[in-house]
Design a protein around this ligand. Structure first.
Ligand code: ATP
Length: 306
């Protein structure tokens, strides 16, 4: 019996270790907003992108069954156009971008690209077609050049430079003692939020995807940096089908269409002037942000005078 219980104990220990490792992996997937349960259908074809028209059709979704986040959302982004999603914090804006990237599956309705249901195509082909500029860019512990080249490994140094120039980060990099070879990340030079976002923009320019998702930074950047980033974003989105997830309202003014999301439903849609004139949810969000921005500027002026 002793001879038998030893290996059983040992197996129990291994079982517990494996289980813990699986829990850790599960946590990792959650952190990355990746859902390990999403698998390609057997024999799923690759997405074929022609015009890059994106459509959300009556999309429904909940992270937990008892709390619906999206309750039937419909809108289209025409080829090469820009649609901005705005709405109060927690309205479900970033959730839309996670569904488009298929980090989660829709639970009702569907999302199509050029008429193909994204749930029916290979995930690698879907993700190759979409460039994502996230809120918080994670930098690798490597050089800043490596971090940009991550967008396309076979890019030449010239192409990396050109992407950095378009993303308005080239001058900053050239001013560093080691230029493109400067180590960044945890163990290297720490970049500011705005600099990291511009590295992400440069990466995306190198990738050159037909569809773009810009998840605007939640935190307020100073107005000069914000202007620079907006210019860079405008350049990268030109001619590409673009979905802007706007946590602040600074990038939406020039969008072809603004979709106002509130508690999982589209409550208003239109361009900036028409939504302001309407005096509804969007107009209220806009004036609240204007007030907050003005208060911040006043505070900064007072600090500068001290
Ligand atoms: P904000 O502008 O504040 O970033 P948002 O409109 O982008 O907000 P989402 O990130 O889409 O909001 O989140 C919508 C709701 O879903 C929130 O109430 C949030 O708490 C919840 N949520 C987001 N991610 C998860 C998750 N992984 N598990 C459970 N609930 C989640």
């Amino acid at each position: 019996l002793i001879q038998l219980s030893m290996p059983l104990n040992f197996m129990g220990m291994i079982y517990r270790e494996i289980k813990q490792a699986l829990i850790d992996i599960d946590d990792m997937f959650r952190i990355l907003h990746r859902n390990p349960e999403i698998a390609d259908r057997p024999g799923a074809p690759a997405l074929r992108v022609a015009e890059a028209a994106v459509r959300f059709e009556d999309v429904r979704f909940a992270y937990n069954p008892d709390r619906p986040i999206l309750r039937g959302v419909t809108f289209s982004v025409a080829p090469g156009r820009t649609v901005a999603i705005v709405g109060p914090s927690g309205a479900g804006k970033s959730t839309l971008s996670r569904l488009l990237f298929r980090f989660y599956e829709t639970q009702g309705g569907r999302i199509t690209i050029d008429g193909q249901d994204i749930a029916q195509v290979r995930q690698d082909s879907l993700r190759a077609a979409i460039g994502m500029v996230p809120q918080d860019t994670v930098l690798f512990n490597d050089t800043i050049g490596y971090n940009i080249r991550y967008g396309r490994w076979d890019a030449s140094l010239e192409e990396v430079r050109e992407a950095a120039r378009l993303a308005q980060i080239d001058r900053f990099i050239s001013g560093l003692p080691e230029g493109y070879d400067t180590p960044v990340g945890e163990r290297g030079l720490k970049l500011s939020g705005g600099e990291k976002q511009r590295v992400a923009i440069a990466r995306t320019i190198l990738k050159g995807p037909p569809i773009l998702v810009l998840d605007e930074a939640t935190s307020a950047l100073d107005s000069f940096t914000e202007r620079e980033i907006q210019d860079a974003l405008e350049r990268v989105s030109r001619g590409r089908t673009t979905l802007v997830i706007a946590h602040r309202l600074s990038t939406v003014v020039n969008a072809d269409e603004i979709i106002v999301l509130d508690r999982g439903l589209v409550v208003e849609r239109g361009d900036h002037p028409s939504l302001l004139a309407r005096g509804g949810v969007y107009a209220a969000l806009w004036s609240r942000q204007r007030e907050a921005d003005e208060a911040r500027e006043a505070l900064k002026r007072a600090e500068d005078e001290d």
